[in-house]
Design a protein around this ligand. Sequence first.
Ligand code: CA
Length: 426
Amino acid sequence: MLRVAEHVARTDTGHQRASNEDSHLERTPVFVVADGMGGAQAGEVASRLAVSHFADGLPGEEADGSERRLAQAVREANAEIHALSEADARRAGMGTTLTAAYVGRGQVSFAHVGDSRAYRMRDAQLERITEDHSLVEELLRQGRLTEEEAEEHPQRSIITRALGPEPDVEVDTFTVAAADGDVYLLCSDGLTSMVADATVADIMRAAPDITTAADRLVAAALEAGGRDNVTVVLFRIEEVAGVDDPHPTEALTLPGELPAEPPATTADAAPSDENAAEPEAVPAAIADANAPPARRIIARAARSHRRAPRMPRPGSRRRPRRLRRRLAIGGAIVVVLGAIAIGTLLAAQAVYFIGTDSNGQVTVFNGLPYTLPGGVRLYTQYFVSGITVAELSPLERHRLFNNQLRSQQSATRLVSQLELDQIAGQ
Ligand code: CA
C-alpha cells in the first residue's frame, strides 16, 4: 500500500516584509499552505483561520469523498474569514489563498483557491498540478500574454479568487493517482515568484532528501531577493509491500531511488478513498505586526460595517395621556422616517458607481454619488483599481465618470476589464 513516508515544512518572512502572513499545516494525511493578505492584523489572521479548519481532519463522512470534504472545509473557512472581515473594520478586505492536499488510498486529492501552488515530482520530472487564479494566468489562458511575459509581469500578484472577500467561494478540487516515490510540493508565491520552475525542479532532483530540498528551496527564494514570505510543504509517498494498514503513518526510512512506476496521470479522477487522519503535528501559524498588504484581490469586498438604526422606545405608562399621545405621534414619525432611511440605505447598498479616490485611482463606490448637508456621504469605497485617471483616454473617462448607477457585477467587471486591457498593453 501507499503511504506518506515523510514530510517537511519550511517558512521564512523573507527580506522585505515585516511579518509572515503565510500559514501552513502538515498533519498526515492533510497538508495545507495559505498565503494571507490584507496587512497587519488581517492577512496572518486569515491564513491562520483557513489552515485551522484542517487541523482536526476533514469534515463530513468518508463516504462523502475527499474532494467534497476538502471543498466543505474550504467553504467553512471562507465563511468564517468573510464574517470576521465584515464584523471588524481593521480586518475589512482580508483574505487568503489556500492549497490543501489529502492523501487517501492510492491517490491524493486537492482543494485550491488563489495562486499558491501544488507540484508533483515523479520520475525526476516536476509538474505543476494547480492553476493560478490570477489575472496574469487568465490573460495567459486567453493567449494575451506569453509564458515569459507572465513570469516577469509586474502585476502577477493580483489574484482573482481568494477566501474571505465574498460570502461564497468557488473551489477547484481534483484527485491524482499517487505512485511510489512521488514527492508533492505545496508552496506560496513567495517561492514561485522568485524561483523559476526549472530551478525548483533542479533543486528537488539534486537534494538527497525532502528536508534538504525544503531548506534549499527557501534559501533559493531568499537568495533571489526574498521579496515575499516564502513557505514550502513537501511530502513523499512510498509503497510499503505486504502491509495492509488502512491508516497512512510515518516511516523513518530515507527516500530510496525513484522507481519506475505504474501509469498515473493528473487527470485520473477517482472519487473514492478511505484513509483516516492520524494526527501527529500541530498547525503552524506565524504572526507578527505591521505587514504591508501583500497583494490585491480584484473585486475585494471592502464594505463598511453598518449598524441597524435604533427603533424608538415606547413611552412609560405612567406619563400623562397628552404626553403619551405626543410621544406616540413622534414615535410614528420616527418610525416612518426610519423606514424611509432604511429604504434609502438598502437602495443605495444595491447600487454602485465608478469614480476616483483621493489619489486619482479609478475606484468602484457602493451607494449613491451624493453627499448630504453636513457631509454625510451616501457611498462607501468598494474597491480601488490599479489604474489612475491619467492612464485613461478622454472617451474612457466620459464612459466611466458619468455617475451612472450600476450593479456590483457591472461596475467591477468594467473596471476589471480596464485592468486586463492595461496589463495586456504593457
Ligand atoms: Ca505571498
